[in-house]
Design a binder for this molecule. Structure first.
Ligand SMILES: Cc1cc2nc3c(=O)[nH]c(=O)nc-3n(C[C@H](O)[C@H](O)[C@H](O)COP(=O)(O)OP(=O)(O)OC[C@H]3O[C@@H](n4cnc5c(N)ncnc54)[C@H](O)[C@@H]3O)c2cc1C
Length: 508
């Protein structure tokens, strides 16, 4: 095969956290067979960010593409099942709802279920908005601590949900490291001291290591975390700061001992100047407090976190600092940013690992024939901008759709200006219960409905088709559906028993 000097022969991944090893594993499986060499550089001394335990269902499809055995992975990462996130104290103190990975009820004559539910709730003299959850199979499973695998037959009620994992992300990266190296990825351990660039075109040519060695490549993936050594350091790609909408800028994390009945959902509890997370794994509970340093000190934040722990801490607390936003470009010259090097949106909806997956998937789809391909680069940047903009709006919604006025932090987020794109979406739902549809990006219809209704944004009117349905027939339909969800869930095994049996089956 004839190769010209613009062809990509070697891809170098800088960084070996979750982003680095997910990239390496995907490239090893899908790109290396084309004859492209993959090298990953990581520093044991620097280590990784060491947090990130809650995921989204999409990760299962990433693992399936790689051919990873689910049982083996669950065991290796001490994973539990995640059916959604419970939000406590967000709309008002005392409120609670679950944002599930699944639908509410079923469409009736092509009109979404929440329109019918809203009408029934209004007719029942303003039934509790959060109770739409009673028509969600994953919510009832989560509340009863039960789990069974989703069905593939769309006519079965068990097909109405998906699931993700709560897992040890360090163990996941270690698993992928073994996977990628088995498939030929070369690992270089050591500290990068300089990123070398081509004097003519400014592209990256190599990474200079502390021992003087230079790792050369044709294309580079920046997975160096918040340091962003290549994109920020060498290529000087600017940062779009979103902290006026997402003002939390610190976190403190500490794991604690768990019990033997881990819940299949993550909890996010609103606090005076941010929120705390609780992520039950098989062997421990991950806990953390995300907060805004304008309104709370590190010591106060740690006290709030420790006060809420349900078991003995198993490690010293770890403090982290960040700023919400993203690089103005995710691909510049011959480098793409994957993971924290490309920006950060706080972990309220567990979106960071999803964004890693999206970046690496789009990159492999668009992988250019030559080192500098403008059309591939522009399309990648467009897709990643869409992904992050939509997640940004969804996260802001959680803060802005609140009636809380009990602390300066909540007064700020409740009254702040929001992006026009979000203001329009909220107005549409308030007026007519319509969720703005989009083709690309995370968080589709049911997710927006979950947060709107869970945080007290109830539509003023329902879809016109709803008034055509006889009220008694509607009430009977809702009652039957709710009963059949409850009955289905009652017949499922406990989450803990499911995990034990599922993991055991792999050994036989
Ligand atoms: C508080 C908090 C909670 C989070 N919770 C979640 C969650 O629940 N779900 C979720 O999806 N995401 C979550 N995230 C995000 C998630 O942790 C990250 O997206 C994920 O871990 C990927 O990080 P990374 O690989 O980009 O960076 P890192 O883990 O920081 O890895 C960086 C790598 O670069 C290497 N490196 C850096 N500098 C050098 C150098 N000079 N030489 C050599 N190597 C170098 C490091 O050694 C390391 O290997 C959370 C993040 C934070 C801050």
């Amino acid at each position: 095969m004839i190769r010209d000097n613009t062809e990509i022969k070697t891809i170098v991944i800088a960084g070996g956290g979750t982003a680095g090893w997910m990239s390496a594993a995907a490239l090893a499986k899908l790109v290396a067979p084309r004859g492209i060499r993959i090298i990953l550089v990581e520093s044991d001394q620097i280590g990784t960010v060491g947090v990130g335990e809650a995921t989204l269902p999409h990760l299962r499809f990433f693992n399936q593409t790689l051919g990873i055995d689910e049982r083996e992975l669950i065991k290796a990462t001490n994973a539990t099942i995640k059916l959604g996130i419970e939000f406590c104290d967000w709309g008002q103190r005392g409120d609670s709802y679950i944002h599930p990975f699944g639908d509410y009820g079923r469409e009736i004559q092509n009109v979404e279920f929440h329109h019918y539910w809203s009408r029934a709730a209004r007719e029942a003299k303003g039934g509790d908005a959060a109770r739409i959850c009673d028509w969600s199979l994953p919510v009832i499973m989560a509340q009863k601590n039960k789990f069974g695998m989703p069905a593939t037959d769309p006519d079965q009620i068990m097909s109405s949900f998906s699931y993700a994992y709560q897992f040890d992300a360090t163990a996941y990266a270690a698993y992928l490291s073994r996977f990628a190296q088995d498939k030929g990825v070369e690992r270089v351990e050591g500290k990068i001291t300089q990123v070398l660039t081509d004097t003519e075109n400014g592209a990256i040519s190599g990474l200079k290591m502390e021992n003087g060695e230079v790792i050369s490549g044709d294309f580079f993936i920046d997975c160096t975390g918040f340091r962003s050594l290549l994109m920020n350091g060498a290529l000087d790609v600017g940062f779009e700061d979103w902290s006026k909408w997402l003002p939390c800028d610190r976190a403190v994390a500490v794991p604690c001992e768990g019990d033997d009945a881990p819940q299949p959902y993550t909890r996010a509890t609103a606090q005076a100047a941010g929120w705390t997370w609780r992520i039950p794994l098989q062997h421990r509970i991950g806990n953390g407090h995300v907060y805004c340093s304008d309104y709370m000190s590190d010591n106060e934040a740690l006290d709030v976190l420790l006060d809420g722990l349900e078991g003995k801490p198993t490690r010293d607390p770890k403090f982290l600092r960040f700023k919400a936003g993203r690089r103005v470009k995710s691909w510049e010259k011959n480098c793409v940013a994957v993971g924290l090097s490309g920006g950060f949106l706080e972990p309220l909806e567990s979106t960071s690992i999803y964004l890693i997956q999206a970046a690496i998937t789009h990159f492999i789809e668009l992988l250019p024939q030559s080192k500098d391909s403008k059309s591939d680069r522009d399309e990648f940047n467009r897709l990643m901008d869409l992904e992050t903009d939509r997640i940004r709006d969804f996260l802001i919604l959680h803060y802005h759709a609140t009636e809380r006025d009990d602390t300066p932090f909540w007064n700020y987020v409740r009254t702040m200006d929001v992006p026009d794109s979000l203001r329009e979406k909220m107005a549409l739902f308030r007026q007519a219960g319509i969720v703005q549809e989009y083709k690309h990006g995370l968080f589709l219809h049911a997710s927006w409905v979950a947060v709107y209704l869970g945080q007290r944004i109830v539509p003023a009117q329902s879809h016109p088709a709803v008034s055509q349905v006889n009220p008694e027939r509607l009430a009977a339909h809702l009652s039957t559906l709710r009963g059949s969800i409850a009955q289905t869930v009652d017949a499922l095994p406990d989450h803990r028993d499911f995990l034990a049996k599922f993991c055991q089956e792999s050994a036989t």
